[in-house]
Ligand binder design. Structure first.
Ligand SMILES: [Zn+2]
Length: 146
């Protein structure tokens, strides 16, 4: 699927990257993502206001949560990616509609994808010693990211 749900396991270092980095560096990372996106959401292509999203991978063997990249998404795609939070804020239906539109899928396919994301999260929740790899930041600072 083009637009995927990314649930963060409980034991993971989640606190926004932005709050852990010097504000000027985060600003540079964010603006670079917007520049790469060329003013369009990197997932659905919608023009307009963009939001920066940190994309992580999770290695269940080495227990490493690794920052892979920072992408620029429109608000609707961002709300799908963080659907657990979106649902808590009462905006779940809108996110579901957007997921179906972008992926060209049915409501049952949405529910299946959500179920799979939840299963994956529950499995990763069993790991309680996640390590964080943010070497991407170093490569970014040196102009070697992506
Ligand atoms: Zn979008």
């Amino acid at each position: 699927m083009k637009l995927e749900i990314e649930l963060v396991p409980d034991g993971c270092w989640y606190s926004n990257l932005r709050s852990a980095l010097p504000p000027a560096l985060w600003d540079k990372i964010r603006k670079d993502a917007y520049r790469r996106a060329g003013g369009r959401c990197m997932v659905c292509g919608k023009k307009g206001r963009l939001e920066a999203h940190e994309r992580w991978s999770y290695d269940e063997t080495s227990h490493v949560q690794k920052l892979e990249t920072v992408v620029a998404l429109c608000h609707d795609c961002h709300s799908v990616v963080h659907i657990a939070r979106t649902q808590m804020m009462g905006d779940g239906d809108r996110a579901m509609e957007h997921f179906m539109k972008v992926n060209g899928c049915t409501q049952s396919e949405f529910h299946r994808a959500l179920g799979e994301a939840n299963t994956l999260q529950q499995r990763r929740n069993l790991i309680d010693d996640w390590q964080t790899d943010i070497s991407w930041i170093k490569r970014f600072s040196e102009g070697r990211a992506f």
